[in-house]
Design a binder for this molecule. Structure first.
Ligand SMILES: [Zn+2]
Length: 251
């Protein structure tokens, strides 16, 4: 399998996963043109579109792609049914075609119907987990988002986190403010700044890295709790997550 990252809009990534026969799936196409260019240059044959949630910067390219490839199945959650989705999928569904087999994982929080597509080691998780951060709570509760992140955290450590935005630098600046004495976070921040200065991408990342540098996966950290003004272990982890998420919203 080959994973290809296509930059789109201002800070989106569209992902292509391609097999040895040049068949590929297109994940969260915010735009159609950059995808069609890559397909043409590499002579890839698209076999499906996968969408994680209904926001325009994840589904905006569906119509353009279907114009060119009218037979292409589009898999997505119920909330995307008016955005071109032809196959509605749910928790635990397994969708299989060509050499691909994706498990559907429901991840409410950013939106209520948000899902991820998982074919080990690839996790296409849209706007749920970012490198160093997580999606905003537009529709779901903090509790829902927290348990969605826990679901992701329970996957194998070598899982490749293929998220839909390049937000890592801002996320690490926040992490540095929340855990100023954490050397791993300081070092990772510097690494990301260096990459971004050279205009290089910072994703995909691995779950193993995220467990070390992503504050939203570290609500159990006593220093983190103290630094955001919470008496250690005085409230449930999902409430600590809620405080951390609103702190980030204002950061
Ligand atoms: Zn979104």
């Amino acid at each position: 399998m080959e994973l290809i990252r296509i930059p789109a809009l201002s800070d989106n990534y569209i992902w292509l996963l391609c097999d040895e026969d040049k068949h590929c799936v297109i994940v969260d196409p915010s735009e159609s043109q950059p995808v069609m260019d890559i397909l043409a240059v590499n002579q890839f044959i698209p076999v499906a579109i996968l969408v994680t949630h209904h926001h325009y910067d994840h589904v905006g390219g569906i119509a353009g792609l279907l114009k060119q490839y009218p037979e292409l199945p589009v898999y997505g959650p119920e909330e995307t049914k008016n955005k071109g989705t032809t196959h509605i999928v749910h928790e635990h569904d397994l969708i299989t075609f060509n050499n691909f087999s994706f498990q559907i994982i429901e991840l409410p929080g950013h939106t209520l119907g948000h899902i991820a597509f998982y074919q080990a080691p690839y996790l296409f998780c849209g706007d749920t987990l970012f490198s160093g951060g997580c999606g905003r709570l537009f529709e779901g509760t903090a509790e829902q988002m927290f348990s969605s992140l826990e679901k992701i955290a329970s996957l194998p450590n070598d899982t490749l986190i293929c998220c839909a935005h390049e937000y890592t630098a801002a996320n690490m600046a926040f992490a540095k403010a929340v855990l100023p004495n954490n050397q791993t976070i300081q070092d990772y921040y510097q690494k990301i700044i260096n990459l971004r200065e050279k205009d290089q991408a910072t994703v995909p990342t691995t779950l193993q890295i995220e467990k070390k540098i992503n504050v939203f996966l570290n609500c159990h950290d006593i220093d983190l709790q103290k630094n955001i003004g919470i008496k250690p272990n005085s409230i449930p982890l999902s409430s600590i997550f809620q405080h951390l998420r609103s702190y980030k919203d204002q950061f």
